[in-house]
Design a binder for this molecule. Structure first.
Ligand code: OAD
Length: 266
């Protein structure tokens, strides 16, 4: 793990050269916005609950009120925070790469495990939500989806007009990932030449295995994370640091490369 300027400069060079970039993000990218990561201990109201146990179909079936309240609390918290410089840098990276390669296959795909919608709020457009989103909910009886904005959370759990319980359109432990999200991820990985894993502990499959698919496709692999993970020793470059600092730094270096200016140490 390193934050040394040479490694950051080298990765900026790879980004500058890349024709197709895939970025996988996790909860760490939203941490600097003030949202707790999955494996950080919760604070306040939910401190006594283990997120791993609440994010399951079993928990919802046993106690739909508790699980619905938890997701509503998480949504309320995410609504009250703003995207941070890490989200902003990824949105800018997408715009930059799209401008360099207009038409043809998209040169940038953001695959996120986050369900908070902060990437989209920062301006990212091509976002694959691997674990769904808590902005959409569906009736467990009819399967009909509704935007969260169209639901009333005056009573918990929320019951649909058809009398079914409403659940968030997120992937719970033990559930399969949305096939269209997996397909979009595999498509992007098959043609990617640079893969960045940012702010994820890389412990939950299949997301954690995407890096292997990128490597098999011949891509360079990079990790940007606050702490070492299972991938740290296997990637081509590991940058230890906060995504809200490292990503803007990489963008600055790319700007310098694009303008031909000498890279400065930061
Ligand atoms: P985790 O909570 O497992 O990991 C977050 C990672 O981000 C950790 O490795 C932290 O060290 C790192 N981190 C924290 N703050 C950071 C920062 N500012 N900059 C960079 N890195 C930082 O979250 P995920 O990997 O997203 O799944 O978890 C994956 C999935 O497991 C989640 O989507 C969720 C969860 O259980 C489901 O709900 C299905």
């Amino acid at each position: 793990m390193t934050t040394d300027p040479e490694t950051i400069g080298m990765v900026a060079g790879w980004l500058h050269e890349a024709r197709s970039v895939v970025v996988l993000t996790g909860a760490g990218v939203s941490a600097e916005s003030g949202l707790p990561t999955f494996r950080d201990p919760e604070v306040g109201l939910w401190a006594e609950y283990d997120p791993m146990e609440l994010a399951t179909i079993g928990a919802f079936e046993r106690d739909p009120e508790l699980v619905t309240r938890w997701y509503h609390w998480r949504f309320t918290k995410s609504r009250d925070v703003r995207p941070n410089p890490g989200h902003d840098a990824l949105a800018r990276l997408e715009a930059l790469l799209n401008a360099l390669a207009p038409g043809g296959a998209p040169p940038f795909t953001l695959i996120t495990q986050n369900i908070d919608g902060l990437h989209q709020r920062a301006g990212s457009r091509r976002v694959v939500e691997l674990h769904g989103s808590f902005h959409r909910w569906r009736c467990t009886r009819t399967g009909r989806e509704k935007d969260l904005a169209d639901l009333s959370f005056e009573r918990f759990p929320v019951v649909s007009d058809a009398g079914g319980l409403m659940r968030p359109c997120v992937v719970w432990f033990g559930e399969t990932l949305p096939p269209e999200a997996l397909e979009a991820s595999f498509d992007a990985l098959a043609r990617c030449d640079l893969f960045l894993s940012v702010g994820t502990s890389a412990t939950v499959h299949p997301a954690a295995g995407l890096i292997e698919i990128a490597r098999a496709a011949g891509a360079r692999t990079v990790e940007i994370n606050k702490d070492p993970t299972a991938n740290t020793d296997a990637v081509d470059a590991a940058i230890g640091g906060l995504s809200g600092s490292v990503l803007p730094d990489l963008l600055r270096r790319m700007d310098e490369l694009a303008s031909g200016a000498p890279a400065r140490d930061t």
